[in-house]
Design a protein around this ligand. Structure first.
Ligand code: AMP
Ligand code: MG
Length: 478
């Protein structure tokens, strides 16, 4: 299918106009395609081999409107850094409509009713990060919004300095956030709150439509998905950076990529966002914040669902989180079944990693080839004797496995990525793109989409982060 054969639908517009603002994108001058993602095209039923670049540029720049498209921005609120902000909304995102269960959304396409002081734009730097990370997370098996393409422009946008404006076309089965519910709850529009819950059921939980206690069951599912999502982040060392409730997807996806980071040297209290001076959104706070955010959602749903019952669902969060994290971490260690001492074994591994300033991605990758020879692993730590001791416990634990070492290696090599897109790697692609060389963005898309493979030309990105690039802090500005 060609792009222009698509017909979009806009079910969100059947809701009351208080939910959205119908607004058309404001095109950027001289748009240029930076990257196009064939996997995103396949999601929409497009033939990636027959993509017309100028049509894609037109779609992202808002000059090519697909059949059925009625662009709109969504209204929401949210708790930002713990404080309630009564109206946020898509200040720079514009929805085009949906096809095949994917809502197409432009980010950086101009002002809307919800822009407040903002210019409605996004810069190339942050757009490259979002474009690549959503594909990288997907390939790691982590629920996320996806991306179709990225354009930039000569048009400059004012941030700390002037930067190139850009637009990402991102895809999600739903763009409803915890903050969308909060908006209607805190403005006492309980009728609209109910409309929103019904809409989300239809859109994303159709199996619960017409079922008894469907709102409660939907909330239970959101609790589970959120717990699983954050367990997954923890297992790969991902720090989201801005877990405000407006950035929490109601269907448990990673959305709104900002100053995120994959940890370099393992540091449990790592804070990727340098404006987060209190460390509210540090790596090790993420599980607690997930719970706190779900409490805000539960509160917003309280006019629709018995509070005691909401609380009962929330109470499962800890067990959902821990069980999933343990499952993911056991797989990272190549352990075939559970044992009561596993959580202690894992806790001590994380403390060995922290004390030895170990970079977790190359560590787990090297562990995926571990055959009893400790040399390669000990080369990754500043505290080899601690690691040695831990490995002796690991040796013993491996005796409980029944399959062969080779089988364990093969499985672990499909579990522990060779590549994660650390900030310094993304920065190299951004620096080149600022000089009109988009080749590294496209190479990183390939790495992002095949993180378990060996890519000899990019071996340098597989090792520990070079010292001078470790644990960069990023600003929220984007
Ligand atoms: P974020 O921190 O990117 O999740 O954004 C928080 C809120 O600010 C959302 O409502 C965004 O739509 C809005 N926002 C962020 N940047 C801009 C911008 N440049 N122009 C308009 N609104 C923005
Ligand atoms: Mg946001």
């Amino acid at each position: 299918m060609k792009l222009t054969d698509i017909t979009l639908i806009t079910p969100y517009l059947s809701l009351d106009p208080i939910f959205y603002h119908e607004v058309t994108p404001t095109p950027l001058k001289h748009p240029r395609l930076v990257s196009f993602n064939p996997s995103g095209a396949l999601l929409l039923g497009l033939d990636p081999l027959h993509i017309d670049t100028s049509e894609i540029e037109g779609l992202l720049n808002g000059t090519l409107l697909l059949r059925g498209s009625r662009p709109y921005a969504m209204c929401y609120a949210g708790h930002q850094f713990g404080y309630y902000v009564p109206r946020l909304g898509d200040g720079r995102a514009i929805n085009l409509g949906a096809t095949k269960g994917w809502n197409l959304q432009l980010k950086g396409s101009g002002q809307t009713r919800y822009s407040r002081q903002g210019d409605g734009r996004a810069v190339l730097r942050s757009s490259i990060r979002e474009y690549l990370l959503s594909e990288a997370m997907h390939a790691l098996g982590i629920p996320t919004s996806r991306s179709l393409a990225l354009i930039t422009s000569d048009e400059k946008v004012a941030r700390e300095q002037w930067e190139h404006g850009a637009v990402v076309l991102r895809l999600s089965p739903s763009w409803i956030r915890f903050g969308t519910f909060e908006y209607f709850f805190h403005s006492n529009r309980y009728d609209k709150l109910e409309n929103l819950a019904d809409f989300l059921l239809q859109e994303s939980f159709p199996e619960l439509v017409g079922v008894e206690n469907s709102y409660l069951k939907m909330f239970g599912e959101i609790v589970k998905r959120t717990a699983h999502l954050i367990a997954h982040w923890q297992s790969v060392g991902f720090n989201h950076g801005v877990m405000n409730t407006d950035n929490m997807s109601a269907i448990g996806l990673t959305i709104d990529y900002g100053p995120f980071a994959f940890l370099d040297t393992f540091e449990s209290g790592y804070i990727c966002n340098h404006t987060d001076t209190q460390g509210r959104y540090s790596y090790d706070n993420q599980p607690r914040i997930g719970y706190w955010n779900l409490e805000r959602l539960a509160h917003a749903l309280s006019p629709l669902i018995n509070e005691e019952k909401l609380k009962n669902e929330l109470d499962h969060y800890g067990e959902y989180f821990t069980e999933h994290l343990m499952e993911l971490l056991r797989a990272k260690l190549g352990l075939e079944s559970a044992h009561e001492n596993d959580s202690e074994l894992l806790r001590s591994l994380f403390s060995v990693m922290e004390n030895g300033r170990i970079d977790m991605t190359p560590f787990f990758r090297t562990l995926s080839r571990y055959d009893g020879n400790k040399e390669a692993l000990c080369a990754l730590t500043l505290a080899p004797s601690q690691l040695n001791e831990w490995l002796e416990r690991y040796d013993e634990r491996l005796l409980r496995n029944s399959s062969s070492t080779d089988a364990r290696h093969a499985k672990m090599l499909r579990t522990n990525p060779n590549y994660v897109l650390k900030n310094y790697i993304l920065q190299e692609a951004i620096d080149a793109a600022e000089k009109n060389d988009f080749s590294l963005v496209n190479d990183l898309l390939t790495l992002a989409q095949s993180p378990y493979d060996e890519h000899p030309a990019f071996e340098r990105y597989a090792g520990s982060t070079p010292n001078q690039y470790k644990n960069l802090k990023l600003s929220c500005s984007s």
